[in-house]
Design a protein around this ligand. Structure first.
Ligand SMILES: Nc1ncnc2c1ncn2[C@@H]1O[C@H](COP(=O)(O)OP(=O)(O)OP(=O)(O)O)[C@@H](O)[C@H]1O
Length: 261
């Protein structure tokens, strides 16, 4: 069976541990891609805990035209999430073939239009959902998100191993909350004591082609998430540390995002 959405570049955003910032990175990556002119979709595949509707401040339901669901558009990004559907509470019961069927529908029965790149936000860990996605889509690349904490690192290692087994390239690992820039002078404070942990993990897992992207802890990003606008470009412009982090992430992904011939 051929993969769904042929010709669309698919970037999966993964992370071993819950709460490390996968959805924040997925939302910012998608908006950064759309801002530079790439026709971008964002699929919230965290079926059991969808957060993109809150992150993008979406309250309306998607409409249906000619039997296909039309994504909601925010920040130039076409969004789909079980959190946007009327019976989202039923998602909690999904597993096995029902879960795979639901994912297939979210890909196939949604009118993605002429989307060039689909960013997929995934649940924490190495789940049935990742396996199902790998079976449904041709995944061009994955971005792994972690915080520089020992508690997150074992899970990150498992996540990298799963992606390697699936044959998915990892052009970038995002070290989220790597530092806090002083709002007055820009000086770095590292909230976690072991700042070299993620770099060491990359070296150990043989990630020679993987770029380490540091994303700072920014109160504006956290506040924006509460208000439905957690976007780095609104938190201080392209020259801000967060803007630079997402520019670096796009750069690392560029090889995987070249148009499919
Ligand atoms: N760089 C950052 N600066 C400030 N706040 C952040 C940053 N990254 C994430 N957060 C905040 O941390 C919280 C968790 O982030 P997020 O929901 O993106 O994590 P997640 O890994 O997707 O969680 P889950 O495992 O539940 O899916 C959110 O409130 C978000 O606003």
């Amino acid at each position: 069976m051929s993969a769904l959405l042929p010709g669309v570049r698919v970037v999966m955003v993964c992370g071993g541990k819950g709460g490390v910032g996968k959805s924040t990175v997925a939302a910012n990556l998608a908006t950064a891609l759309a801002a530079r002119g790439t026709r971008t979709g964002l699929l919230d595949a965290d079926l059991h805990g969808p957060s993109l509707p809150v992150l993008f401040g979406v309250r309306e339901r998607p409409t249906v035209r000619d039997g296909r669901i039309r994504p909601v558009v925010r920040e130039g990004v076409r969004l789909m999430s079980t959190g946007l559907l009327a019976d989202a509470s039923r998602a909690l019961a999904w597993k096995g073939p029902v879960l795979r069927g639901a994912l297939r529908q979210m890909v196939r029965d949604v009118d993605w239009g002429d989307v060039e790149t689909l960013v997929v936000d995934t649940p924490p860990g190495t789940s049935e959902i990742h396996m199902a996605l790998a079976g449904l889509l041709d995944i061009s690349a994955a971005v792994v998100v972690t915080t520089p904490q020992r508690m997150a690192l074992e899970d990150t290692r498992r996540c990298v191993a799963m992606l390697t087994r699936l044959g998915v390239a990892i052009p970038a690992v995002v070290e989220n909350m790597a530092y806090f820039p002083c709002p007055c002078c820009g000086a770095r404070t590292e909230p976690f004591p072991d700042s070299g942990l993620v770099g060491a993990l990359l070296a150990e897992t043989g990630g020679a082609g993987t770029r380490l992207v540091e994303l700072p802890l920014l109160p504006a990003v956290a506040a924006g998430a509460e208000q439905g606008t957690p976007f780095a470009q609104h938190a201080g412009g392209d020259s801000s540390a967060a803007g630079a982090a997402f520019a670096s992430l796009l750069d690392a992904l560029d090889d995987s995002l070249h148009p499919v011939p």
